[in-house]
Ligand binder design. Structure first.
Ligand code: GLU
Length: 449
């Protein structure tokens, strides 16, 4: 971990450790927020008296359920489903579903906890939640994924609602899964409740720009960060880890803003393409064929594939980690710094370890935490809910302009809050404090619940 937990919040942290044994990612996420809050609690005695921080660290509700399903050969499988409804002070629980074998309660709680502050930063009326399953969609047929999603929703539906809890996608959950989940929800409830899920297909209630939003948003955030230092994307080399939804659309926007994305990755290794990643080819390989990045390198002369290894070895000006939590450690951060990297912008949730964040601080690399930089996805989900509620449909241009504005606002809020609380340039502190203050004020106003 990066440093000592400040004395004022030490007791809260120890209680979180005691009550949630073994949930290391959750501990990490809580600790990072608590480290920022000492400065706030000094100014708000009421939050200490009413145990506001302690209440925010305890989910309002945690649901764990069995998900049985049959594969194409008739074999029975049993997975575990989760939904952690963390905080509804600002609106209905909102946050994605992750389908990945690594999913457990601690992972869902770390994601749900981050989501509370991220959603607050968007300025939209959404609370924080997260869910998922240890189901691995990789290599499964459409029919298997459908049966899994139907079984998952057969339990989850009773906890959802457009005014209650509104899931969306995350790793392993995209438009296909949202379609199957929505179909089953509609069938069980006999309600065409568009606003109960976001990330829907464009023909049946989905919003334009939702697919692109997280990646685009991270690039807009990076642009705002650079502008604060009098710089632009023009001529910058960018490395983006991952090759899922966030990475693909991050690359697209980086190119549109004048930068060149030269590398991306998946769990098999990474590709470097000095001419810049060919987005049509990457989309073909990853989205259409659901293949691996080495296929990209095989089809493109200017690209080389490196099996295993760290994508952070590729020199760059801007790094956008967009794969998964704790993918960028202290050693990788030191390599980035040595190679002259100037900005690290988290496209994924908590991809930089505390040791990496310390390196960024010590070397003056501009660092944007995921709860600020990747909030474009969930912000556009809130715009999707808004369109569903008013039975309206916005154009691509209007939706993208709203997203760009939201990302600039989040940057400004984090930047100004960091200054106000005596840590200019520290966007981690700025994001944690600005997000916390908004949630805490609502929690306090609602009384002891
Ligand atoms: N899973 C995304 C996130 O981490 C999006 C959540 C949503 O759209 O509700 O923010």
């Amino acid at each position: 971990m990066s440093g000592e937990v400040p004395a004022t919040v030490q007791g809260i942290y120890e209680e979180v450790l005691r009550r949630n044994p073994g949930e290391t990612e959750f501990h990490q996420a809580v600790r990072e927020v608590l480290e920022s809050l000492a400065v706030v609690l000094g100014r708000h005695r009421e939050y200490t008296e009413m145990k506001t921080v302690e209440r925010i660290c305890e989910p309002e509700r945690q649901i764990i359920f069995r998900v049985p399903w049959q594969d194409d050969r008739g074999e029975v499988w049993i997975n575990r489903g989760f939904r952690v409804e963390f905080n509804s002070a600002l609106g209905p629980y909102k946050g994605g579903l992750r389908f990945h074998p690594s999913v457990n309660l601690g992972i869902v709680k770390f994601l749900g906890f981050e989501q509370i502050f991220k959603n607050a930063l968007t300025g939209m009326p959404i609370g924080g939640g997260k869910g998922g399953s240890d189901f691995d969609p990789k290599g499964r047929s459409d029919a298997e994924v459908m049966r899994f999603c139907q079984s998952f929703m057969t339990e989850l539906y009773r906890h959802l609602g457009e005014y209650t809890d509104v899931p969306a996608g995350d790793i392993g959950v995209g438009a296909r899964e949202i379609g199957y989940l929505f179909g089953q929800y509609k069938r069980i409830t006999n309600r065409y409740e568009s606003g109960v899920l976001t990330g829907k297909g464009l023909g049946w209630g989905g919003a334009l720009v939702r697919t692109e939003a997280t990646g685009y948003g991270a690039a807009f955030f990076a642009e705002a960060m650079m502008a604060a230092r009098g710089e632009t994307f023009e001529g910058k080399r960018v490395v983006i880890s991952g090759s899922g939804n966030v990475a693909v659309y991050g690359i697209e926007k980086v190119h549109q803003l004048g930068g060149t994305a030269v590398a991306c990755s998946d769990s098999s290794g990474y590709v470097v393409d000095e001419k810049g990643i060919d987005l049509d080819l990457l989309k073909q390989v990853k989205e259409v064929e659901r293949g691996r990045v080495d296929t990209y390198a095989q089809r493109r002369d200017s690209a080389t594939f490196v099996a295993g290894g760290s994508v952070w070895d590729v020199p760059c000006d801007v790094a956008i980690p967009s794969a998964t939590q704790n993918e960028l450690d202290g050693d990788a951060a030191a390599v980035l710094a040595r190679n002259g990297c100037r900005y690290v912008v988290e496209g994924a949730n908590m991809p930089a370890t505390p040791a990496a964040v310390k390196v960024f601080r010590d070397t003056g690399i501009g660092f944007a935490p995921g709860k600020a930089a990747n909030a474009g996805g969930v912000a556009t989900s809130a715009l999707e809910m808004q369109q569903n509620a008013s039975r309206d449909r916005w154009t691509f241009e209007h939706s993208e302009a709203r997203l760009a504005e939201i990302m600039r606002d989040i940057h400004a809020r984090c930047h100004e809050t960091a200054e106000e609380y005596g840590s200019p340039g520290d966007l981690v502190l700025g994001a944690n404090v600005a997000g916390f203050l908004q949630v805490a004020e609502a929690v306090h106003a609602h009384g002891l619940i």
